[in-house]
Design a protein around this ligand. Structure first.
Ligand code: FM0
Length: 339
């Protein structure tokens, strides 16, 4: 066998998460300290696996699904690698290989699973032995939502006030509600979003008259959602998740210039979710920085909800792809054995 130069490689897998109570707006752009806390469900079907090896290349390189990563995306990876190198006291370039497992090219390649996997793999490859909380803080520096993808099931990201206090952790879930939840992802448009979430939230914080009122309502939303989890009450959780997400999108629409991720297909899907509920199905909608609609439902009825929505949207969205996802696990990391 040809010996490989450099430190032993490490590989990490992290799953995507969808926020039920949203993060939108930063108090500190550099450290990625959010204005609000947030609550999310980690999903089994969408994940990223990343391998990092230090010392085998002359300059940092990264590939995603076999394609070289360049430009701004590469700069964000290098910035996270720099944090890891600094902490480990090493000065070696890294080779990063990342694979996104997103069924049917769903256009949901989330920065959450990506930066959580990168943080886990890079830290282990640099020989660091970090706690989950430290990994959450490190992943946060890559992308805020990645702080939550260190954990499986339901996770809350405490906003905090500085690097030390801004981290995610699992939510107390006495009834095991996470395992009874599912998300039906309606993939309405797999293309690149026109305004990045980074730019969209900056513009919203700076210009939207609806932003502060949303932040004020947000604390009550999170309390309500946590109380719903405590009680194992899906309808209660679904209702507040829908309200919180709708409010977030309203803040964007009144930003200057407006940020509107909703397309006609999104609006039709939101109506279909309301109709599904009228028809007695458990279904509540949430959306992020793009046109796709994610439907919170129960694990036991997710297949039925998926079929109902696909049937209802068949005429208006002929090419509709959907992904049915259940609660997923937290970060896993393996380190290559030293010879
Ligand atoms: O996930 O600027 O993490 O709470 O998905 O990299 O910190 O991509 F709807 C938007 C995602 C925010 C809500 O923000 O931003 C949520 C959102 P970064 P992210």
């Amino acid at each position: 066998m040809t010996p490989v130069r450099g430190l032993p490689a490490a590989t990490a897998t992290a799953h995507a998460n969808i926020a039920l109570i949203k993060y939108w707006g930063k108090a500190d752009d550099d450290l990625i300290i959010p204005v609000t806390p947030s609550l999310s469900l980690t999903l089994d079907a969408l994940y990223t696996t990343t391998t990092v090896r230090f010392g085998a290349v002359a300059a940092d390189t990264a590939t995603l699904d076999g394609e070289p990563v360049t430009g701004k995306a590469m700069a964000r990876i290098v910035a996270l690698l720099d944090l890891v190198r600094q902490r480990a006291g090493i000065d070696l370039a890294a080779e990063v290989t990342s694979v996104n497992t997103v069924p049917t090219a769903a256009g949901l390649a989330s920065s959450a699973s990506g930066f959580a996997a990168l943080a886990g793999a890079a830290a282990a490859a640099a020989g660091l032995d970090l706690t989950d909380r430290e990994l959450s803080r490190l992943a946060r520096r890559g992308s805020g939502s990645a702080s939550r993808s260190i954990f499986g099931g339901l996770a809350v990201w405490h906003a905090g006030t500085d690097d030390e206090t801004s981290y995610a952790e699992p939510v107390a879930d006495p009834t095991g509600l996470a395992e009874k939840l599912a998300m039906v992802v309606l993939v309405l448009d797999a293309g690149e979003k026109s305004v990045s979430s980074r730019e969209g939230m900056r513009r919203t914080v700076q210009t939207s008259p609806d932003y502060r009122p949303w932040v004020e309502a947000h604390a009550g939303h999170l309390d309500e959602a946590l109380a719903a989890v405590e009680a194992g009450d899906l309808p209660r959780l679904g209702a507040v998740a829908e309200t919180n997400a709708a409010g977030m999108h309203a803040t964007m629409r009144s930003a200057v210039p407006p940020v509107d991720y909703l397309t006609d297909a999104s609006r039709a899907a939101l109506q279909a979710v309301r109709d599904a509920r009228e028809a007695g199905l458990p279904a509540w909608a949430t959306m992020d920085a793009g046109p796709n609609v994610k439907v919170l439902t129960s694990a036991g009825r997710a297949v039925e909800v998926d079929a109902w929505l696909r049937d209802r949207l068949a005429a208006s969205a002929p090419g509709l792809a959907t992904v049915v996802a259940y609660a997923g696990p937290g970060l896993t990391v393996t380190r290559e054995a030293t010879a």
